[in-house]
Design a protein. Sequence first.
Length: 427
Amino acid sequence: MNRRTFIAGGLGALALFAGGIFFAKGSLYRKAANRVHSLTEDLDARFLRQMVTADASRSRTIMWQAEEILTKPAIEYRLKGQEEVQRVPAQEDFFTDDGVKNHQYLAELQELQSDTDYEYRVVTDVAASDWHTLHTPGTGSFECLIFPDSQSSDYSDWEALAQNAARYSPKAAFFINMGDIVDNGEDHTQWQSWFYGVEGIMDRMPFSPVMGNHETYDQNWQVRLPEAYLKYFVVPENGSRDFSRYYYSFDYGDVHFIVLNSQWDETEDFKPGLMEEQLNWLREDAGKSRKKWNIVLVHKDVLQYRIHNRPERQEGFSDVGRNFMPLFDELGIDLVFTAHLHTYRNRGHIKDFRRDGRGPLYILTGVAGNVRYPGLWVDHHLDEVVAPQPETDNYLVMQVTAQEITVKCFLPDGQEIDRVTVTKDAV
């Protein structure tokens, strides 16, 4: 089947970024405020979204796409309920992929106040969008949504799952997608469909993407570098010369999130050394964290499963597990979320490759699209909870407090199928 034909075509992409700080009250502010009142045209900022930054309490990256080239694009923002408006000019970040030129814009809001509600909108010299909400976290409790692979041939299931999850979890502060976001990383219509699926969600809460192997495929299903993924999602820099933004970390509340990249097999022929570089970076990055909790997000799973009718395939650990699990033990990682296998499995705590309550909690997150593998995997001896079979879509809600983290797994209709809690004494 030609997967390009699954949805009507159209432009698909977006982004935005640009540095800026609050204007002081005075002539610059008055000029900005007066300009706002003169805007008369409605602005359609397509796929407007918030992206995580290294410190979510102090900054936010805003991204969007436009049908046409904009004149003097910017983000205006203000404290919720107030009139004083600050403006950050937007940068152009145009690119062409899959034969489509994308008019992308991005701006980064800096020096925000923690635990504060803001409003923001996109403006040009003559037009403005609606106002959208933006919240910066403090150090208190929060919850977030975690979506497994959303890869699909038809993204209607993904849209229904994402929208229902957001409706059932109105307190969710941000959301994560665990890789294989789309089925084909070059197909702009699939990216467009993914964005439509989270419309009304991504404009009001930040997004943390994880790169999957399907982000590295071209239209001929050959491996390429993940060009579209890297353009669509501006995430924190990692200091790497060769793998900028392939992997990253960020802080939200009292949690340090470490987003690893498991695609070294796909990138090796183009740029070698991704796995080795991350092993060194992980030790340094985790060592710098002063947050109470440390959580790893990585697409490919740490376990290897037997496959029905494939006796040569043995149960054990994947190359991700063999290389990174000892380091997770050493660094005191609290939770590890994985994906890729399109099945939900709660493995409990593992240390030294054995079940051990002193090790990290490992969760294989499941599937959020319509690509499923019914009856494929033979249960692993480390599996503690397996999703009801035959498997359907699911999503996770993670709730964080000072003393514990609770992870809940839900079916699309909101039915809870698993719950697990990790505790730690207050510090």
